[in-house]
Design a protein around this ligand. Structure first.
Ligand code: NDP
Length: 328
């Protein structure tokens, strides 16, 4: 039997100190990790304040069907699932706010986090759940046609290419998923893979192979995105023999992985060479006491909604134990 919480004084427990708002538990990020941390922190009476960041709901809001999150036997769309997460976090009193953490001073507790380059929050404990952002190939032409033919989100932009031909670059699960999604909207999808095999899971590979309007081009590297009058008209590839191959497409979708959103913490926190925040094995603890990391910003291996949620739970429990040892 669960004990009912008293949330009546939730707001009043946030103190103001030296012009800055002081909170017990600050959560940055609104993906499965951030919201799960919020659910646990709120139920533990930590009065969490959660800043949503640039993409409220996180990466799952750009995904179509989620079929592998336990508890949804028929699957659910990413945006719907994230609405459920948010509702559950709010139900227990999480103060969910729109805003982006733009700077961090983790030199001493309370940690100072700047929101939207203006407001400063002093946090007794900090849970970083800022996730990861889509990577781009790095071509000039990719930048040039961004938003007018180049995209990193099929769910967001696929509709604009209805009955047209498009290309997707990447060989992982994201590229497979984006290709499958686009194949339901577009006339033809070229999946461009630089190796002679896909990295995607077997089930996703099978689905791609069984989809008639997806053509997989193995051992092809993207050299240039072509266009006229500011819109994409094709993509220039180099095959394994060094030959140029031109494919006529109206849209080019980049699905080659992600970068962790840890830049504002890099002066304080230990990260790996890509920027993933290092945590103590088996915990969400970073190299700074009172600062915890969860979800894709600290996980280069699994990067699943369910693992992100799991580490979000760990972060809230670690924060609760840490706060329990301190006088607030
Ligand atoms: P991955 O890192 O798994 O795959 C990236 C792919 O992009 C690789 O095939 C890589 O090629 C290729 N690539 C990287 N850089 C370039 C480049 N410059 N030019 C061309 N190709 C490039 O990233 P994903 O985003 O696909 O997946 C991340 C994690 O999320 C995985 O663990 C995946 O399983 C999971 N995921 C699960 C989903 C699901 O279950 N529904 C959906 C989406 C993701 P190479 O192999 O040569 O390095």
């Amino acid at each position: 039997m669960f004990k009912k919480m008293d949330l009546s004084d939730n707001k009043t427990q946030k103190k103001s100190e030296g012009g800055a708002e002081k909170v017990k538990c600050l959560i940055i990020g609104s993906g499965p990790a951030g919201y799960t941390a919020a659910i646990y922190a709120a139920r533990a009476n930590l009065n969490p304040v959660l800043y949503e960041g640039l993409q409220p709901g996180g990466q799952l809001t750009t995904t179509t069907e989620v079929e592998n999150f336990p508890g949804y036997p028929d699957g659910i769309t990413g945006p719907e699932m994230m609405e459920d997460f948010a509702k559950q976090a709010k139900r227990f009193g999480t103060d969910v706010r729109f805003g982006l953490a733009s700077a961090a001073d983790l030199s001493a507790a309370p940690f100072k986090i700047t929101i939207d380059n203006s407001k400063i929050i002093k946090a007794e404990s900090l849970i970083i759940a800022t996730g990861a952002t889509a990577k781009y190939i790095g071509l000039e032409s990719e930048k040039k046609y961004m938003g007018s033919g180049v995209s990193a989100c099929a769910t967001c932009d696929g509709f604009f290419y209805k009955n047209l031909d498009v290309a997707v670059v990447g060989g992982g699960d994201t590229a497979a998923e984006e290709s499958l999604y686009l194949s339901g909207i577009c006339r033809k999808v070229y999946l461009i893979i630089r190796k002679d095999h896909m990295r995607a899971s077997k089930v996703m590979q099978e689905r791609v192979m069984n989809r008639k309007n997806i053509t997989v081009l193995y051992e092809h590297v993207t050299r240039e995105i072509l266009g006229t009058n500011g819109v994409v008209t094709g993509v220039l590839l180099i095959n394994s023999k060094g030959e140029e191959v031109r494919v006529d497409v109206s849209g080019f979708f980049v699905a080659i992985g992600h970068l962790p959103n840890s830049a504002i913490f890099k002066d304080y926190l230990d990260t790996d060479e890509t920027g993933y925040i290092k945590t103590l094995p088996g915990s969400s603890k970073t190299n700074i006491e009172g600062v915890f990391a969860c979800g894709d910003v600290m996980d280069p291996h699994y990067r699943q909604a369910v693992t992100a949620a799991g580490t979000g739970c760990m972060a809230a429990m670690d924060a609760e134990r840490y706060l329990g040892t301190r006088e607030i």
